[in-house]
Design a protein around this ligand. Sequence first.
Ligand code: FPP
Length: 258
Amino acid sequence: MALVDVSRLPQHVAIIMDGNGRWAQARGKPRTAGHQRGADAVRATMRAARRLGIPALTLYAFSEQNWDRPQAEINALVDLLCECLVSERNELVDNEIRLAAIGRLHKLPQHAQSRLRTLTSETESNEGMTLNLALSYGGREELIDAARALARKARDSEIDPNDIDEAAIARLLPSMDVGPVDLMIRTGGEQRISNFLLWGSAYAEFYFTDELWPDFDANSLYCGIQAYQGRERRFGLVLDAHHDVTSTKTRNESERAI
Ligand code: FPP
Protein backbone atom coordinates (compact mmCIF):
# COMPACT_ATOMS: atom_id res chain seq x y z
CA MET A 1 0.00 0.00 0.00
CA ALA A 2 1.39 3.40 -1.01
CA LEU A 3 1.92 5.95 1.76
CA VAL A 4 0.53 9.44 1.35
CA ASP A 5 1.33 12.53 3.43
CA VAL A 6 -2.13 14.05 3.85
CA SER A 7 -0.64 17.38 4.92
CA ARG A 8 0.89 17.87 1.44
CA LEU A 9 -1.82 16.77 -0.91
CA PRO A 10 -2.07 18.05 -4.48
CA GLN A 11 -4.96 20.52 -4.53
CA HIS A 12 -6.05 19.61 -8.04
CA VAL A 13 -5.57 16.16 -9.57
CA ALA A 14 -6.38 15.67 -13.25
CA ILE A 15 -6.61 12.23 -14.87
CA ILE A 16 -6.40 11.07 -18.49
CA MET A 17 -8.30 7.79 -18.19
CA ASP A 18 -6.82 5.66 -20.95
CA GLY A 19 -6.91 1.95 -21.71
CA ASN A 20 -10.60 0.97 -21.52
CA GLY A 21 -10.55 -0.49 -25.03
CA ARG A 22 -7.37 -2.50 -24.47
CA TRP A 23 -8.69 -3.79 -21.14
CA ALA A 24 -11.77 -5.15 -22.93
CA GLN A 25 -9.82 -6.45 -25.93
CA ALA A 26 -7.52 -8.45 -23.64
CA ARG A 27 -10.61 -10.21 -22.29
CA GLY A 28 -12.24 -10.78 -25.67
CA LYS A 29 -15.00 -8.31 -24.81
CA PRO A 30 -16.40 -5.33 -26.74
CA ARG A 31 -14.78 -1.94 -26.06
CA THR A 32 -17.95 -0.81 -24.31
CA ALA A 33 -17.33 -3.42 -21.59
CA GLY A 34 -14.08 -1.59 -20.89
CA HIS A 35 -15.93 1.71 -20.56
CA GLN A 36 -18.40 0.06 -18.16
CA ARG A 37 -15.54 -1.10 -15.94
CA GLY A 38 -13.99 2.32 -16.41
CA ALA A 39 -17.04 3.82 -14.74
CA ASP A 40 -16.38 1.59 -11.70
CA ALA A 41 -12.82 2.92 -11.60
CA VAL A 42 -14.20 6.47 -11.73
CA ARG A 43 -16.33 5.73 -8.66
CA ALA A 44 -13.42 4.16 -6.75
CA THR A 45 -11.10 7.07 -7.61
CA MET A 46 -13.66 9.71 -6.71
CA ARG A 47 -14.26 8.05 -3.32
CA ALA A 48 -10.55 7.76 -2.59
CA ALA A 49 -9.88 11.39 -3.55
CA ARG A 50 -12.76 12.57 -1.39
CA ARG A 51 -11.63 10.48 1.59
CA LEU A 52 -8.09 11.86 1.32
CA GLY A 53 -9.35 15.44 1.17
CA ILE A 54 -8.30 16.41 -2.35
CA PRO A 55 -10.25 19.59 -3.21
CA ALA A 56 -10.56 19.07 -6.98
CA LEU A 57 -10.49 16.10 -9.36
CA THR A 58 -10.81 16.67 -13.12
CA LEU A 59 -11.47 13.60 -15.29
CA TYR A 60 -11.05 13.49 -19.08
CA ALA A 61 -14.28 11.60 -19.79
CA PHE A 62 -14.81 12.55 -23.44
CA SER A 63 -12.44 14.55 -25.60
CA GLU A 64 -13.38 16.81 -28.49
CA GLN A 65 -11.50 14.30 -30.69
CA ASN A 66 -13.60 11.37 -29.36
CA TRP A 67 -16.46 12.55 -31.63
CA ASP A 68 -14.51 10.84 -34.46
CA ARG A 69 -15.04 7.39 -32.89
CA PRO A 70 -17.66 4.99 -34.30
CA GLN A 71 -21.18 6.29 -33.59
CA ALA A 72 -22.07 3.14 -31.63
CA GLU A 73 -19.18 3.73 -29.22
CA ILE A 74 -20.09 7.40 -28.84
CA ASN A 75 -23.69 6.41 -28.05
CA ALA A 76 -22.50 3.86 -25.50
CA LEU A 77 -20.28 6.47 -23.79
CA VAL A 78 -23.10 9.04 -23.67
CA ASP A 79 -25.53 6.40 -22.32
CA LEU A 80 -23.01 5.41 -19.67
CA LEU A 81 -22.56 9.03 -18.66
CA CYS A 82 -26.32 9.47 -18.37
CA GLU A 83 -26.65 6.31 -16.27
CA CYS A 84 -23.87 7.45 -13.95
CA LEU A 85 -25.41 10.89 -13.55
CA VAL A 86 -28.41 9.11 -12.05
CA SER A 87 -26.75 6.21 -10.21
CA GLU A 88 -24.07 8.37 -8.55
CA ARG A 89 -26.43 11.12 -7.41
CA ASN A 90 -26.67 9.90 -3.80
CA GLU A 91 -22.92 9.30 -3.64
CA LEU A 92 -22.28 12.93 -4.59
CA VAL A 93 -24.98 14.37 -2.34
CA ASP A 94 -24.06 12.24 0.72
CA ASN A 95 -20.36 13.03 0.38
CA GLU A 96 -20.70 16.77 -0.22
CA ILE A 97 -19.22 16.47 -3.73
CA ARG A 98 -19.93 19.26 -6.18
CA LEU A 99 -20.26 18.16 -9.80
CA ALA A 100 -18.95 20.53 -12.47
CA ALA A 101 -18.44 20.06 -16.20
CA ILE A 102 -16.14 21.69 -18.74
CA GLY A 103 -15.98 21.45 -22.51
CA ARG A 104 -18.22 22.23 -25.45
CA LEU A 105 -21.20 20.82 -23.56
CA HIS A 106 -23.67 22.13 -26.16
CA LYS A 107 -22.42 19.35 -28.48
CA LEU A 108 -23.75 16.64 -26.14
CA PRO A 109 -27.24 15.25 -26.82
CA GLN A 110 -29.99 17.28 -25.13
CA HIS A 111 -30.91 14.54 -22.64
CA ALA A 112 -27.28 14.32 -21.46
CA GLN A 113 -27.06 18.10 -21.10
CA SER A 114 -30.25 18.12 -19.11
CA ARG A 115 -29.05 15.40 -16.68
CA LEU A 116 -25.76 17.25 -16.28
CA ARG A 117 -27.57 20.49 -15.50
CA THR A 118 -29.80 18.76 -12.95
CA LEU A 119 -26.93 17.23 -10.98
CA THR A 120 -24.60 20.23 -11.23
CA SER A 121 -27.30 22.54 -9.86
CA GLU A 122 -28.33 20.04 -7.19
CA THR A 123 -24.75 19.77 -5.89
CA GLU A 124 -23.53 23.33 -6.53
CA SER A 125 -23.29 24.31 -2.85
CA ASN A 126 -21.33 21.17 -1.84
CA GLU A 127 -17.88 22.01 -0.51
CA GLY A 128 -16.28 18.61 0.17
CA MET A 129 -14.68 18.22 -3.26
CA THR A 130 -15.29 19.27 -6.85
CA LEU A 131 -15.62 16.46 -9.38
CA ASN A 132 -14.99 18.17 -12.68
CA LEU A 133 -15.93 16.19 -15.79
CA ALA A 134 -14.25 17.17 -19.05
CA LEU A 135 -16.81 16.35 -21.75
CA SER A 136 -16.45 17.21 -25.40
CA TYR A 137 -13.34 18.92 -24.06
CA GLY A 138 -10.17 20.02 -25.80
CA GLY A 139 -7.47 22.27 -24.35
CA ARG A 140 -6.91 24.09 -27.65
CA GLU A 141 -10.66 24.49 -28.16
CA GLU A 142 -10.94 26.02 -24.69
CA LEU A 143 -8.15 28.49 -25.55
CA ILE A 144 -9.82 29.29 -28.88
CA ASP A 145 -13.11 30.03 -27.09
CA ALA A 146 -11.27 32.32 -24.65
CA ALA A 147 -9.46 34.10 -27.51
CA ARG A 148 -12.78 34.70 -29.26
CA ALA A 149 -14.32 36.09 -26.07
CA LEU A 150 -11.35 38.44 -25.57
CA ALA A 151 -11.46 39.56 -29.21
CA ARG A 152 -15.17 40.38 -28.85
CA LYS A 153 -14.50 42.37 -25.65
CA ALA A 154 -11.70 44.30 -27.40
CA ARG A 155 -13.92 44.97 -30.42
CA ASP A 156 -16.65 46.31 -28.10
CA SER A 157 -14.06 48.44 -26.22
CA GLU A 158 -14.71 46.52 -22.99
CA ILE A 159 -11.03 45.69 -22.63
CA ASP A 160 -7.75 47.28 -23.71
CA PRO A 161 -5.63 44.59 -25.48
CA ASN A 162 -2.65 45.80 -23.45
CA ASP A 163 -4.48 44.78 -20.27
CA ILE A 164 -4.72 41.14 -21.34
CA ASP A 165 -2.56 39.21 -18.90
CA GLU A 166 -2.47 35.68 -17.44
CA ALA A 167 -5.26 36.44 -15.01
CA ALA A 168 -7.51 37.84 -17.75
CA ILE A 169 -7.08 34.66 -19.80
CA ALA A 170 -7.45 32.29 -16.84
CA ARG A 171 -10.74 33.98 -15.90
CA LEU A 172 -12.12 32.93 -19.27
CA LEU A 173 -11.05 29.29 -18.93
CA PRO A 174 -13.72 27.15 -17.21
CA SER A 175 -11.04 24.53 -16.42
CA MET A 176 -9.31 27.12 -14.21
CA ASP A 177 -12.35 27.48 -11.94
CA VAL A 178 -10.79 24.78 -9.76
CA GLY A 179 -7.26 26.21 -10.08
CA PRO A 180 -4.14 24.98 -11.85
CA VAL A 181 -3.35 21.26 -11.98
CA ASP A 182 -0.85 20.02 -9.37
CA LEU A 183 -0.79 16.39 -10.41
CA MET A 184 -1.65 15.04 -13.87
CA ILE A 185 -2.08 11.26 -14.05
CA ARG A 186 -2.30 9.28 -17.28
CA THR A 187 -3.08 5.57 -17.34
CA GLY A 188 -2.66 3.11 -20.22
CA GLY A 189 1.07 3.44 -20.85
CA GLU A 190 1.11 6.43 -23.22
CA GLN A 191 3.08 9.50 -22.18
CA ARG A 192 1.40 12.51 -23.73
CA ILE A 193 -1.08 15.21 -22.77
CA SER A 194 -3.58 14.66 -25.64
CA ASN A 195 -5.00 18.19 -25.64
CA PHE A 196 -6.06 18.06 -21.98
CA LEU A 197 -5.90 21.13 -19.63
CA LEU A 198 -3.12 22.83 -21.63
CA TRP A 199 -3.13 26.08 -19.67
CA GLY A 200 -3.73 24.68 -16.21
CA SER A 201 -1.07 21.98 -16.44
CA ALA A 202 1.77 24.44 -17.17
CA TYR A 203 3.48 23.57 -13.86
CA ALA A 204 1.83 20.22 -13.14
CA GLU A 205 3.78 17.17 -12.06
CA PHE A 206 3.11 14.25 -14.43
CA TYR A 207 2.63 10.66 -13.35
CA PHE A 208 2.33 7.99 -16.04
CA THR A 209 1.33 4.43 -15.30
CA ASP A 210 0.99 1.35 -17.52
CA GLU A 211 -2.10 0.32 -15.61
CA LEU A 212 -5.21 0.34 -17.79
CA TRP A 213 -7.97 2.63 -16.54
CA PRO A 214 -10.46 -0.11 -15.53
CA ASP A 215 -7.77 -1.52 -13.19
CA PHE A 216 -7.14 1.86 -11.52
CA ASP A 217 -8.26 2.00 -7.89
CA ALA A 218 -7.65 3.82 -4.60
CA ASN A 219 -4.15 2.39 -4.23
CA SER A 220 -3.27 3.48 -7.79
CA LEU A 221 -4.25 7.02 -6.84
CA TYR A 222 -2.14 6.82 -3.68
CA CYS A 223 0.83 5.67 -5.82
CA GLY A 224 0.43 8.74 -8.04
CA ILE A 225 0.26 11.05 -5.06
CA GLN A 226 3.23 9.34 -3.42
CA ALA A 227 5.27 9.88 -6.60
CA TYR A 228 4.20 13.55 -6.64
CA GLN A 229 5.23 14.00 -3.02
CA GLY A 230 8.48 12.12 -3.55
CA ARG A 231 9.48 14.42 -6.40
CA GLU A 232 8.97 17.49 -4.29
CA ARG A 233 11.04 15.98 -1.48
CA ARG A 234 13.87 15.08 -3.86
CA PHE A 235 13.93 18.59 -5.25
CA GLY A 236 14.43 19.92 -1.72
CA LEU A 237 17.33 17.53 -1.15
CA VAL A 238 19.07 18.46 -4.40
CA LEU A 239 18.85 22.10 -3.46
CA ASP A 240 20.32 21.28 -0.06
CA ALA A 241 23.29 19.48 -1.66
CA HIS A 242 24.07 22.23 -4.14
CA HIS A 243 23.48 25.22 -1.92
CA ASP A 244 24.36 23.66 1.42
CA VAL A 245 21.01 24.81 2.75
CA THR A 246 20.32 23.19 6.07
CA SER A 247 17.86 25.33 7.95
CA THR A 248 14.24 24.23 7.67
CA LYS A 249 13.15 27.81 7.13
CA THR A 250 15.40 28.33 4.12
CA ARG A 251 14.51 24.95 2.69
CA ASN A 252 10.80 25.59 2.97
CA GLU A 253 11.29 28.92 1.26
CA SER A 254 13.23 27.21 -1.53
CA GLU A 255 10.48 24.67 -2.02
CA ARG A 256 7.89 27.39 -2.22
CA ALA A 257 9.97 29.20 -4.81
CA ILE A 258 10.13 26.05 -6.96
C1 FPP B 1 -10.06 6.03 -23.07
O1 FPP B 1 -9.94 4.65 -23.27
C2 FPP B 1 -11.27 6.35 -22.34
C3 FPP B 1 -12.31 7.07 -22.85
C4 FPP B 1 -12.31 7.60 -24.22
C5 FPP B 1 -13.52 7.36 -22.11
C6 FPP B 1 -13.43 7.49 -20.61
C7 FPP B 1 -14.71 7.04 -20.08
C8 FPP B 1 -14.89 6.33 -18.96
C9 FPP B 1 -13.85 6.02 -18.01
C10 FPP B 1 -16.24 5.78 -18.69
C11 FPP B 1 -17.14 6.45 -17.78
C12 FPP B 1 -16.84 7.83 -17.33
C13 FPP B 1 -17.75 8.60 -16.69
C14 FPP B 1 -17.35 9.92 -16.20
C15 FPP B 1 -19.12 8.15 -16.45
P1 FPP B 1 -9.78 4.12 -24.75
O2 FPP B 1 -11.13 3.65 -25.18
O3 FPP B 1 -9.16 5.15 -25.62
O4 FPP B 1 -8.82 2.91 -24.52
P2 FPP B 1 -7.74 2.32 -25.53
O5 FPP B 1 -6.64 3.33 -25.64
O6 FPP B 1 -7.32 1.07 -24.85
O7 FPP B 1 -8.45 2.06 -26.83
